[in-house]
Structures are given as C-alpha cells and as structure tokens.
Design a protein around this ligand. Structure first.
Ligand SMILES: NC(=O)c1ccc[n+]([C@@H]2O[C@H](COP(=O)([O-])OP(=O)(O)OC[C@H]3O[C@@H](n4cnc5c(N)ncnc54)[C@H](OP(=O)(O)O)[C@@H]3O)[C@@H](O)[C@H]2O)c1
Length: 279
C-alpha cells in the first residue's frame, strides 16, 4: 500500500499505541490532533471531527484511516459520519473502532455509524472491543488509590482487553486487505468479575484493592462529584446496564485471528502497568 495512514485520536489510549505499531511496521503515519504534540515520529496533522474544513489537508496522501469516537462525546453519529463520508469520497479504506455488542441493535448509535460506513461503498474493517483493561489506570485510578473499585457492575463478568491488543489488531486491519468487509469482536482471553479483577490488580501492585458494587444513582453521584458532566455521567452509567446484562462477558478468538497470537491476560496488563496503577 503506497499511501499514508491517518490515525484519529492519535494521542488517545488506543490511537497512541496504534501510531507506534504502524511506525514499527514501516508505515508513514499522519497523526490527527486538534493541536497537541505528535506521537513518536508521526507527522502531526490538524484535524477536528467537528470542523470539516480541517479534513481536506488531513486526508491528503492518505489511503487508509483509523476512526474512533474519543471519550466524552455523547453522539457518535454526529461526530463521526462527516469524516467517514469525506474519507469514503476519496476512496480511503476505513478501520472503525466501535464497541462490543453494538450489532445486537441497529438503533444503537455506534451501530448506526457502522451501517453508515458500510453503505459508503469504501473498503472497511470494523473493530468492536470489549471493556478496556486500561480503564483501571485511567478512569478508575482514583478509586484504586483509595483501595476501592466502586462500579455498578453487580457480579457480572467482563472480558477485559489490553489496549495494546486493540492497537495491534487495528494495525493488522490497516496493513492487510485480508480482513476487508469484516467485523471483529475483540476481547481478552477470559471473562472475569470485577472482584476477580481487583484481586489480580492487588497482587500486581502489592496493595489491597476491593471491588464494591454500587447502584447506578450512587455511581452517577460519584462521577459528577469528580467533575464529570451530568449527561456524560448518565451515559457512562447506562453502559453499565449492558455490563450487568453480560454483553461484555463474551470471549472470542478475534484478536488471535487478526494478530496471530492470543490476547494478553489481565495479569499481564496489571504487571506491565503496575507503576501507573500504583501512582
Ligand atoms: N473505555 C472502554 O472500556 C471502551 C470499551 C469499548 C470501546 N470503547 C470506545 O473507545 C473509544 C475511546 O477510545 P480511546 O480511549 O482510545 O480514546 P481517547 O483516549 O478518549 O481519545 C482521545 C483523543 O481523541 C482526540 N480528540 C478528542 N476530541 C477530538 C475532536 N473533536 N477531533 C479530533 N480529535 C479529538 C484527542 O486528541 P487531541 O487532544 O490531540 O485533539 C485525544 O488524543 C470510544 O469510542 C469508546 O466508546 C471504549
């Protein structure tokens, strides 16, 4: 493939690892950003999803694009479809990251984005990851500092995935045509309860961490007290309904199908991120 790869969310959790993985494969990478410093040796390029005037320059010389909705946005359809349309009009292949299980309901916003992409006629690959293991050292770190992971997950199980695996899957999908037209459900190797996850994290950082199931209202109150806008707190709490219903307990072999090796275990994630988890 002769052109460059444009990575959106290039400074984010998955995007930053994807930029690195693509550079290691010898690809020329444009790192889309609203202004922050470029990742690694990638070429930084200004792109704001919400400003179509930034698309033309960012898409120049590009034949593949990685698209995802950054955290904090409530309407992925409004956010993502303009750039998907612009890329498709230029014949650019699109690797889109959504969320595990969205294909169960065509009315789900992320599913609407997938269907929009499919109808553009562009080459595409869809990646639907399970819950990120990395949430423990980002979103849930403050709780871990206090020895408690308090979430409205009841005793449900989740197939936590290391975002290094997601990035490696995205790199495979972007650098081969073998997966075009496919959708891949990316999960870790096993489904664990949050109590089991807390035990694994405790072992890795040598400090007791307990899981405390809370109800949705309590959880929303915790998020808003930490400065999360109410509408987004409600949205995050809503995602835990699917967690309690078991949507994120699914385990698949799709990481291995794309990368040729099994996904990392939560123990490996915890050991490799012990410093961040103990920070
Ligand atoms: N967390 C989970 O457990 C989980 C599970 C499954 C799926 N997902 C999905 O994963 C996605 C989040 O992935 P992530 O955590 O890797 O993303 P992320 O870290 O939240 O992405 C942040 C990046 O997005 C960029 N960004 C923010 N607003 C932008 C805008 N208007 N235009 C262009 N760039 C913008 C920022 O770059 P600049 O500041 O440089 O512009 C930033 O580097 C969500 O769609 C979520 O639904 C998450």
């Amino acid at each position: 493939m002769a052109g460059k790869v444009l990575v959106l969310g290039s400074g984010g959790t998955v995007g930053s690892k994807l930029v690195r993985a693509l550079l290691e494969k010898g690809e020329r990478v444009k790192a889309g950003t609203r202004g922050a410093a470029p990742a690694e040796d990638a070429e930084a390029v200004a792109l704001d999803y919400q400003d179509c005037s930034t698309y033309g320059h960012a898409l120049e010389g590009v034949d593949r694009i990685f698209v995802m909705a950054p955290g904090g946005y409530l309407d992925p359809v409004a956010l993502l479809t303009p750039v998907i349309r612009a890329a498709a009009a230029r014949g650019i292949k699109n690797v889109l990251m959504t969320v595990l299980g969205v294909d169960a309901d065509d009315d789900q916003p992320y599913r609407q984005v997938e269907l929009f992409l499919e109808k553009t006629g562009a080459q595409f690959v869809i990646l639907r990851p399970s819950t990120f293991a990395d949430n423990f050292h980002s979103h849930w770190l403050e709780g871990i500092r206090h020895g408690v992971i308090a979430l409205p997950a009841a005793d449900s199980k989740t197939s936590f995935i290391d975002t290094r695996d997601i990035a490696e899957c995205a790199a495979a999908a972007l650098t081969s045509d073998a997966y075009n037209g496919g959708a891949f459900n990316l999960t870790g190797p096993e489904a664990l309860s949050y109590a089991q996850a807390a035990t694994i994290l405790s072992r890795a950082i040598g400090k007791p961490i307990a899981y405390e199931p809370v109800d949705a209202e309590t959880f929303i109150g915790m998020l808003t007290a930490a400065g999360v806008p109410d509408a987004y707190a409600q949205y995050v709490a809503g995602t835990f309904r699917s967690v309690r219903e078991g949507r994120f307990a699914q385990v698949t072999g799709d990481v291995e199908r794309l990368t040729g090796r099994p996904p990392r275990r939560l123990d490996t994630y915890a050991e490799d991120n012990a410093a961040a988890l103990a920070a």
